[in-house]
Design a protein around this ligand. Structure first.
Ligand code: ACO
Length: 430
């Protein structure tokens, strides 16, 4: 219904008609593109009411707790699919047939190694550097190695860069970990699945051949699927904004990694586990709930609340179930931290403050416990999130770069600084 319009009454003007655009799902969108021509901007700190682009990749219904990748519910994908297939879906829009899946896997396998010289990069970092700091640097540095995929105007180059990024992220992530503990880097094994290969690079050593536990590899694969995309979140919007300038894809993904690092975004899984450790015992839950509700205390329940979900995050449901399976497998089904998490969730969901503000557990609430049970140190949690989200970032970047509407992203502002004034020489200043 392209001809629907809304009337906007402007001061001292006869007003203007703004086109009303209908999405396939979700809120109607008022197109304000021509508003600046009338001498007005819109003001929306935090982009709460602003659609920054048109996209066909992911849909979230925050009120109902729905997440769809290319139309498919996340619960179905987590149950029936695997990460390589979900990556194909996000990048191409449809599920692959057998041949398409094999070709996609072969292309990924072709790019799992990183340039040998990149190993030297790691030596420049302190051993105790946060792995996200290393990852930001190393992923940005990919642009200094792969000159043949930097032409952002060439669709073939764009596709090659996309495969390179998705295929190399597990290798780089595992290298960040191995470097931190002083063990040799492991090469990828293309005979293994994506998650299995990652776990192998994390835990195998050149002196011992090990096969990753299939239950843990399966859980890791689910974690990758759940984190693969989440429409125009802060890190994806960062990738799009950086990409809109024509910056190369490796630099753009590095910018996305930086944005993901914050505790309000991807850093929340690490923060949620740290918080549960700090609470330590069910008897202290009340005290921490009280702190979370206190306006004068900056403490928040980490892993709770979401800008878009005002209902249970559908990923958190799958994550809680996966968490159960992993704890059972590693003999930690009576894990006190998991029990504490369940109890904290129960109490918070019955508390008026959390009910009124519609604050529910998000995906990060249970992912930290799960990753920890798999044996992943907490500093690596956000690295794993970045690894999984790379396919989402790349898919959005590909979508944006092939859009005829591509323009540099350049928000405006509500300026509240000083009006124009004359320079005052130093000797005349009081
Ligand atoms: N604990 C206690 N109170 C909370 C929490 C929380 N976790 N989250 C929100 N609130 C309160 C706020 O204090 C605010 O109260 P007020 O209306 O009285 O001022 C109200 O709920 C709304 O919160 P906002 O911060 O305005 O919501 P916003 O959409 O800007 O923030 C965010 C969402 C950043 C996720 C927030 O809920 C939060 O900080 N949660 C904890 C961190 C976290 O888990 N982040 C992971 C997000 S998921 C992801 O990135 C994968």
């Amino acid at each position: 219904m392209a001809d629907r319009k809304v009337d906007l009454i402007l001061p001292g003007d006869e007003g203007m008609e703004l086109p009303l655009q209908s999405p396939t799902l979700g809120n109607d969108v008022i197109n304000i593109q021509n508003l600046s021509g009338k001498g007005y901007f819109t003001y929306d700190p935090g982009f709460v009411s602003t659609a920054s682009c048109e996209s066909t990749i992911t849909y979230i219904d925050g009120a109902e707790g729905v997440l769809l990748y290319r139309g498919y519910p996340i619960e179905q994908l987590a149950e029936h699919s695997d990460f390589a297939e979900v990556s194909y879906l996000l990048m191409n829009g449809e599920l692959p047939n057998v041949q398409q899946k094999q070709e996609f896997q072969d292309k990924l396998n072709n790019h799992t190694l990183v340039h040998e010289q990149m190993r030297n990069f790691f030596n420049g970092f302190r051993r105790d550097a946060h792995p996200m700091a290393i990852m930001c640097g190393v992923v940005g540095a990919l642009s200094s190695f792969y000159h043949d995929s930097l032409d952002v105007n060439d669709p073939t180059c764009r596709e090659t860069a996309a495969f390179r990024l998705i295929a190399k992220m597990p290798t780089i992530a595992a290298m960040c970990y191995k470097y931190s503990i002083g063990l040799p880097f492991m090469y990828p094994q293309n005979s293994m699945g994506y998650a299995e290969n990652f776990l192998n690079m994390m835990y195998a050593t050149p002196t011992e051949t090990t096969t990753p536990n299939p239950v843990l590899a399966n859980a890791m694969d689910k974690i990758f699927i759940l984190h693969a995309d989440h429409e125009q979140n802060a890190s994806t919007s960062t990738v799009r904004l950086a990409g809109s300038t024509g910056a190369n894809p490796f630099a753009c993904i590095s910018a996305g990694i930086a944005a993901l690092w914050g505790p309000a975004h991807g850093g929340a899984n690490e923060a949620a586990l740290n918080m549960l450790m700090e609470i330590g015992d069910v008897s202290r839950v009340g005290q921490f709930i009280k702190r979370a509700k206190d306006k004068n205390d900056p403490f928040r329940l980490m892993g709770f609340g979401h800008r878009v979900y005002k209902n249970y995050d559908p990923r958190a449901k799958v994550m809680r179930e996966t968490c159960h399976q992993v704890l059972e497998e590693v003999g930690l089904k009576d894990d006190p931290i998991f029990k504490l998490a369940l109890e904290l969730e129960r109490i918070a969901l019955e508390d008026d403050y959390f009910v009124e503000k519609k604050l529910y557990p998000n995906v990060d609430y249970y992912s930290g416990i799960t990753l920890s049970a798999i044996g992943i140190p907490s500093a690596m949690f956000t690295v794993i999130f970045a690894l999984a989200r790379t396919v989402g970032w790349v898919s959005h970047w590909l979508e944006m770069m092939s859009s005829p509407e591509l323009r540099i992203g350049r928000p405006r502002q509500l300026y509240t600084g000083s009006p124009c004034r004359d320079y005052i020489p130093m000797k005349k200043r009081t």
